[in-house]
Design a protein around this ligand. Structure first.
Ligand SMILES: [Zn+2]
Length: 242
């Protein structure tokens, strides 16, 4: 994995040289007719395959912010996601809120998690999305020190709560070019160290197909975050919780 180590070191060096803007990626400034579609909390046998099939039918790519608790249970599924041309990013070793963990453990936790995910996926990992979007300055610094860029989101598929398909589509298709859309192929639970109640009932494949069609009507295509970022510039905003 020497190439990955070089990349990791290069990223850290670049941060020191230019001075990292203190913020998380919220969207991409781009002229390309693209939006970034992202999925959190997987991979999960069943729903992840449905999402992959819908993306394939739509000719779309996406970024999957995965949990190591799920990757360890379904390593072959993670490799399927990579093989289908999608981007892999880190959501965490589990889904616990980072701001509630001992601060001294966060730095090694971030570094070790990235390393484990790169080994499992066989590709470099560039992005990190904190569970619940919860981060403080120490967590932000730990993310950067581990060679990753913090990413939050814009429009959502509202697929972690109970609501109508119409409402999900209305919210999901609000994005303009360069938007980062939040969806979920999994639903964190006790396996991931949290209790967020029951998962809503919905067909994730049908939802993703409808979202792709909605954006196609606006003349926009769905791509991974890395794919959209390559066409423009990252827009960061300082978003911290305590
Ligand atoms: Zn999550």
């Amino acid at each position: 994995m020497s190439a990955l180590h070089r990349l990791r070191n290069g990223a850290v060096t670049a941060v020191r040289r230019v001075g990292a803007p203190v913020g998380s990626v919220m969207r991409v400034r781009t002229d390309a007719p693209l939006v970034a579609l992202t999925f959190d909390d997987g991979p999960v046998d069943g729903d992840t395959q449905k999402v992959l099939a819908a993306l394939g039918d739509a000719g779309a790519t996406a970024t999957f912010f995965v949990l190591l608790t799920r990757v360890r249970r379904a390593p072959a599924l993670l490799r399927d996601v990579v093989a289908a041309g999608h981007e892999i990013a880190l959501h965490g070793p589990d889904h616990r809120r980072l701001t509630t963990l001992p601060p001294d453990s966060v730095r090694s936790r971030m570094r070790d998690s990235r390393s484990e995910l790169e080994d499992a996926a066989g590709v470099p990992v560039r992005w990190f999305r904190p569970p619940y979007g919860a981060q403080n300055m120490r967590i932000w610094r730990a993310t950067r020190a581990a060679g990753m860029t913090p990413v939050l989101w814009g429009p959502t598929l509202a697929d972690w709560r109970t609501t109508s398909t119409e409402e999900r589509l209305r919210l999901a298709v609000q994005g303009e070019r360069g938007a980062i859309i939040l969806g979920h192929d999994g639903f964190a639970d006790a396996v991931d160290g949290v209790d967020d109640g029951p998962a809503p009932e919905l067909d994730k494949g049908r939802l993703v197909s409808a979202v792709a069609a909605g954006y196609a009507d606006k003349g926009l295509s769905l791509r991974s975050l890395g794919g959209v970022a390559a066409s423009g510039r990252l827009v960061r905003e300082a978003r911290f919780t305590h």
